[in-house]
Design a binder for this molecule. Structure first.
Ligand code: G4P
Length: 537
């Protein structure tokens, strides 16, 4: 197969949702349709039901370094589909954000009873920033949920994206009859509780046909009315606008009942983008360039203290990756080769000889990588757009065992390289501050420092709620700000200045006082360039 064909047959995507909307269930059903697994129940949920470090550790141990569930590759209709797993717990949202940099499109799962929930809004924000094409799957139609048109309106308002339904439910809950596929004009009839993956399908060339009344009874008239309204209000499906991230096709179904999933997958393979180009500091890197490049977006540590190796996940952006070939690690300025790069097909991890743009491979690492690192064939580029968001919880690290301060330092350095949390140093007193989006990470850090590095620490809670990266075109004003506000300033790991705020109203006042200073909620790994501006009032 030619190099171009290899690229064009790849689709890398992730499924995202608020916990409990049905991400794990949908993942499993897609793998069933893709033939990657044979039975339901094979995909382990990575949800942490009770928010405790012990649960997290247990799950991590089960998942272990086998990481089979981090990337799930399967073949479908001649395509190689790479489905990237994302953590289900909201405390690990940062991990999800970074995974989103490694995919070319996304499927968002929305629970039809709960509608658009908070975590989904946040994740959509990241997709919008990156113009990632999204498809929405509205799940749990076997339950009485919100009305379909209301759900579409809610998606438009809360996710700030135009929608275009490509399937339409016929009633819901107890009287759920099925979905009408607006894309290929066929009717899929629902049989609750079915465990097989076949659906009863009727091709409907004309909605006026009698068969519709026979099958759907009173619901037929409603369907005709709804379809007429959809065609009038939403216009034809525009693939370009989907690929630009401006509109989202919407599907309805019930993942647990295998319903609506095949239409989703069949349409996905038709419309989802092939590997897209990626921004680097000097230029955008096109997947068809022959010279190899890729970046690390995730590092998975081995929880077993006897093997402190890790797996760095590399998204291939251009060229061909080859086993045992030397590639250039741009940040370290040295050449490395990889004897056992791993790929993941179904649930099996296997050593690969080569990989192409759109693939994600695992590289065994003993400490060379941190998130955002770039590998090339020699060119000195750094991939960009890998976000680092402001943490919400901040604690000072206090060494509890002075004999082990080196170990503590190393442990914190490495764990924050992995992206478990962010590390800041306060300007006053050089205090080390760890910032996270959830309490759970502190337990995880403490546990791992002890078990992997033999270091113990305590955390001293700080009442900061946000770290804003600050910049200004006016260097004098910036210097003045740094002088008078040094009690609130620190630096991130790359030396960028951050301002710690303890309340949004305080931040608002400071902004009014210093209009020349810009406050940013996110920064970009590798560039230190500020991301989104603090805009919420
Ligand atoms: P998540 O990964 O997004 O967190 O969600 P997950 O798939 O684990 O699904 C959350 C719950 O919703 C599960 O129930 C799952 O069985 C249920 N679910 C998923 N799809 C559907 C659907 O189409 N209809 C209905 N009615 N329920 C659905 P649970 O009780 O939390 O877990 P379990 O004991 O069933 O595993």
């Amino acid at each position: 197969m030619s190099y171009v064909d290899e690229i064009n047959k790849r689709r890398a995507f992730a499924i995202i949702s608020h916990p409990d909307a049905g991400k794990t269930t949908l993942t499993e059903k897609l793998l069933l349709f893709g033939g990657a697994i044979q039975t339901a129940g094979a995909v382990k949920s990575n949800k942490i039901k009770k928010s405790a470090a012990s649960d997290f550790m247990e799950i991590e141990k089960q998942r272990g370094i086998s990481v089979a569930t981090s990337v799930m590759a399967f073949n479908y209709k001649g395509l190689k589909i790479n489905l990237l797993d994302t953590p289900g717990h909201k405390d690990f949202a940062e991990d999800v954000y970074r995974t989103l940099t490694a995919v070319d499109s996304v499927i968002i799962v929305v629970d039809c009873v709960k509608g658009v929930e908070e975590q989904t809004e946040k994740l959509m924000e990241v997709c919008r920033m990156r113009k990632t094409p999204v498809i929405v799957f509205i799940n749990k139609l076997d339950r009485e949920g919100k009305k379909p048109f209301d759900l579409l309106d809610e998606i438009e308002v809360k996710l700030r994206i135009k929608v275009r339904p490509l399937s339409w439910p016929i009633s819901m809950g107890y009287s759920f009859k099925g979905v009408y596929n607006l894309y290929d004009k066929s009717l899929y009839l629902f049989n609750p509780g079915r465990t097989t993956i076949a659906e009863e399908v009727l091709a409907v060339n004309d909605l006026e046909e009698d068969i519709l009344d026979k099958q759907l009874g009173d619901h037929a008239a409603q369907l005709r009315e709804d379809v007429a309204l959809i065609e009038g209000v939403y216009g034809p499906f525009d693939r370009e606008s989907y690929l630009e991230g401006e509109s989202a096709p919407v599907f309805f179904g019930s993942a647990i009942n295998n319903f609506g999933v095949k239409e989703l997958l069949d349409t996905f393979v038709e419309i989802a983008p092939t590997p897209r180009s990626r921004p680097a500091d000097v230029r955008a890197i096109d997947p068809h360039e022959e010279s190899f490049s890729g970046f690390v977006f995730k590092i998975h540590a081995n929880i077993d203290p006897r093997h402190r190796d890790r797996i760095a996940f590399l998204r291939i952006c251009s060229g061909r990756f080859e086993r045992n070939k030397f590639f250039h690690h741009v940040r370290l300025g040295k050449d490395l080769r990889f004897r056992s790069p791993a790929s993941f097909l179904a649930q099996e991890k296997s050593i690969i000889e080569e990989a192409y743009p759109g693939d994600v491979i695992g590289l065994y690492d003993t400490g060379n990588f941190k998130i955002g690192d770039t590998l090339t064939e020699g060119e000195k580029i750094m991939f960009q757009g890998i976000p680092s968001f402001s943490p919400e919880i901040f604690k000072e690290v206090i060494n509890a065992d002075p004999m082990k301060s080196k170990q503590l330092e190393k442990g914190i350095e490495q764990l924050t390289d992995e992206g478990v949390a962010q590390l800041f140093v306060h300007k006053q007193g050089n205090k080390k501050i760890i910032g996270t989006v959830g309490e759970l990470q502190f337990d995880v850090i403490q546990y791992r420092l002890l078990h992997e590095y033999g270091a113990s620490c305590r955390f001293n809670p700080l009442n900061y709620t946000r770290a804003c990266w600050i910049t200004s075109e006016n260097k004098e004003k910036l210097a003045e700000f740094c002088k008078y506000r040094s009690d609130r300033l620190g630096t991130d790991k790359d030396g960028n200045i951050v301002y710690f705020s303890d309340a949004d109203w305080v931040l608002r006042r400071v902004k009014e006082e210093y209009p020349e200073i810009e406050f940013h909620y996110s920064s970009e790994i590798n560039t230190g360039l500020p991301g989104r501006k603090h805009s919420k009032s």
